[in-house]
Structures are given as C-alpha cells and as structure tokens.
Design a protein around this ligand. Structure first.
Ligand code: HEC
Length: 160
C-alpha cells in the first residue's frame, strides 16, 4: 500500500520539474528537446564560469515578446540538481531508492526530503513554470502531503 503512495506522488510530477531530471541540460519542455543554446551544467550545476545559468535565468520567470518562447524560467537558485539526484530515464523503484539514499540525496533525512519536496521554492517552480509551460498537476503542498503520507506509512519503495 505505502509504495503505491510513492508511485502516485512521483508519477504525478515526473512529467515536470525538468531541473531534477538530468545533468547535462540536454532537455527542455515536455518533449525533452535539447536546451537552446546548448548548455553545460558545470561542476555545481550552475553552468560554466563563462556562461552561468544566471546570465539568462533571473530570479523569477521573465515573459518574452516571442510566441514560440513565451517566457524564460527563473528562480533565485536556478540550476541543476546534482547528477546523483537525476531522475531522468529511471524507474519509480530506482527513483525511490535514490531519494532515500543519504549518499545520493544530499544527506537528507526523510523529514528533510519531505520539507524539500513540499516547500522548497526551487522545487515549487514546477507548479509555476511561467507562460508557455505546462505546470505540474495539483499543488506543491498537496505533493508534500502525499510524500508525508508515504513516509508515515513506512517509506516503502515499489518493487523493481
Ligand atoms: C544563453 C542563455 C541561457 C543560459 C546561459 C541558460 N539558459 Fe536555460 N533557457 C534559456 C532560454 C531562452 C529558455 C527558454 C527556452 C524555451 O523554453 O524553449 C531556457 C529554458 C530553460 C529551462 C526550461 C525547460 C522547459 O522545460 O521549458 C530549463 C530547465 C533551463 N533553461 C535550465 C538551464 C540551466 C540549468 C542552465 C545552466 C546550466 C541554463 N538553463 C542556462 C536560456 C539560457
């Protein structure tokens, strides 16, 4: 039962929040087309020193005047999650084990995982991705509640 909660919560959001997904920035949008212009994550996921993410991504979503790209996403902490946290191409079982693994989740306890997923404003970008992007379903606080319920019922992972 409890692994069903994890499946539900994570499957629900995995079509969004691409910042969690990959390490190379070779994706954009629901169809994961390559980032244009091509981008390198750099050592800490903030871009290369010569072209950091923040040279184009500001502290908040910025509307453009072009119909093909209606806005440039933004957040004060814009950047990529570390490679160890990438979700792209992984099964729900693999994502679940990785989320619980202190050596791969940034040393976070389950309570901290819940806090991060349910409250971190960078994660929350997925629900407010700016004009021209499909937001994650529901709300970040609802996602946080599902993760809390999963933890309270034993944080069991779905089978491989
Ligand atoms: C030279 C400017 C530039 C730099 C530097 C840059 N980006 Fe972007 N990025 C853009 C533009 C423009 C868009 C909007 C394009 C679009 O939606 O097709 C965008 C969109 C995105 C998106 C949204 C994808 C989606 O799902 O719609 C993500 C995620 C992203 N960038 C991550 C990064 C990261 C991480 C870095 C640093 C490693 C970075 N970008 C560096 C210009 C840049």
């Amino acid at each position: 039962m409890t692994s069903v909660l994890f499946n539900h919560a994570v499957a629900w959001v995995t079509n969004i929040g691409n910042v969690w997904f990959s390490s190379t920035c070779q994706w954009e949008g629901d169809d994961l087309h390559p980032h244009a212009p091509p981008m390198q994550a750099g050592a800490i996921g903030q871009g290369l020193p010569s072209l950091p993410c923040r040279s184009c991504h500001g502290p908040s979503n910025a509307p453009t005047h072009v119909s093909t790209i209606q806005s440039i996403p933004g957040n004060p902490h814009w950047g990529l999650a570390p490679v160890s946290m990438a979700w792209q191409g992984k099964s729900l079982h693999e994502i679940c084990e990785q989320v619980k693994d202190l050596s791969r989740n940034g040393g976070r306890s389950l309570a901290q995982i819940q806090e991060h997923m349910g409250k971190d404003p960078l994660v929350g970008w997925a629900w407010q991705p700016g004009s021209g992007r499909r937001p994650a379903p529901g709300t970040q606080s609802r996602f946080g509640e599902l993760i809390a319920a999963w933890i309270e019922t034993g944080a069991v992972c779905p089978p491989p």
